[in-house]
Design a protein. Sequence first.
Length: 267
Amino acid sequence: MPRIAVALEYDGAHFAGWQTQQAGVRSVQETAEAAFGRVADAPVGLVCAGRTDAGVHALGQVAHFDTAAQRTERSWVLGANSHLPASISVRWARAVPAHFHARYSAEARTYRYFVLNRLARSALSAQRATLIHRPLAVGPMAAAAGFLLGEHDFSAFRAAECQARSPIRRLSALNVERCGDQVVIEATANAFLHHMVRNLVGLLLDIGMGKAAPEWAAEVLASKDRTRSSPTAPAAGLYFWKVAYPRAFGLPEAAAGPVSAIIPDPP
């Protein structure tokens, strides 16, 4: 049966997360499956690259489904989008080999976390960025990030309900940059533990506010103790940014546009 890969963009503020849940709880998966099912004239089951929690957004989520329906890639995109709410969009669709798997074929995943660092709240970025009133020192945050790179036991940044078999992950990039009133934290790893990105961000924010020195990041990591770290950062600022796959699959880059695409620049 043919396999189709798709890239999805969604506003997580409107959903209780990616995964289908109990009746009456709105999920991205259930909503998208219904739309693709209408195009296929048959039930469709989506498998995603990385499940997102309630309130977490995506600009480059990738999923796949199997279907006997014969449709053009254009028809999958336009057809599904015509049945989706404004808060979800299909960016592209591609026919892929049967051995492609949105989750297991992924080589790396990238998340971005957006912080609006100013006194006044924004009317335009509500639910799309986390507001921090206190000035953030990006230098110490970037220095702390350096202690977290590499392959480690990330138990200190793992949610209690995480079901991953191993806490070992390879964090290949953790960058902190300021762009005007915005502070953007980008994390890339082979895979992430439940709440791992938001817990990393929580620690970096505390260091940026001067609550601890950059070296504290290494101490927390070595402790493997979640209670030693900072509170989990809010979901509103987190975006599933892109997924990297082997070039052999020929998938388009799923990355989003510039930072200003998330929080508009002031006039």
